[in-house]
Ligand binder design. Sequence first.
Ligand code: IPE
Ligand code: IPE
Ligand code: MG
Length: 268
Amino acid sequence: MTPKPYTHRDAVPYRPLDWTGVYPPAYDRGTVPNHVAIVMDGNGRWANRRGLTRIEGHKAGEAALLDVVAGGIQAGVKHLSVYAFSTENWSRSPDEVRFLMGYNRDVLHRRRDQLNEWGVRIRWAGRKPRLWSSVIKELQYAEQLTAGNDALTLTMCVNYGGRIEIVDAMRSIADDVAAGRLKPSAVSEKLIQRRLYRPDMPDVDLFLRSSGEQRTSNFLLWESAYAEFVFLDTLWPDFTRADLWRGIDVYLGRERRFGGAVDEPARG
Ligand code: IPE
Ligand code: IPE
Ligand code: MG
């Protein structure tokens, strides 16, 4: 039997970073957001609008992810965190959940060498309970394989929830306090950060969401306390590196104040 031709949009072959021949604008030094977080949303709507099942929409998202990672490296983004499966996504149909689990595992398996070639350090943020062990294994393998890379850190947020991340941090602190290893007065923002899933993850600078939805859906709550939020209408399967750069442009037009203020009467 001849194998079915591999026609899907996810069939992106291994390529150099700049295979599309498009390049980001020349950003001023030091202005590009260091950490971009992306809620990859809109797969289901993209598929349903074409008369396809939601699962076909997820499959089409693989190419978008690869393109955006490449565009992130080109732009000089150092940390890219992507929401792949939330702790709330377990409420979807068993078929969709099963597909998403297998799909996350397979995408990591298929793409780790390409990402490694590009110098991407892959990491996982999320919790173990309920997550398929085959997914955890792929995440851990990819982490080991790419541990020495520094072009861009790609954090795959799988079985991730912002509130439960804070709960998990609180539990570990409470354990230490109860055991007398830690004084309550030693609990600080820094200490809490050190108990998050990825203690060295920097704060999010640009929080980007596709598909027009304007909410966080529990993504990187602690880390995004001072992020700039940009919502683009593009559905995730249509998303490209150019959309990432468009998001960066909007970000660059924002004034980040971090609670400070400068008196500038002339500007009104
Ligand atoms: C995002 O697309 C992917 C995941 C949540 C895994 P959706 O599946 O949420 O697509 P919409 O929002 O229903 O269009
Ligand atoms: C957030 O999208 C989760 C991921 C992209 C993995 P959802 O589609 O699940 O979020 P809601 O339901 O619109 O809030
Ligand atoms: Mg959605």
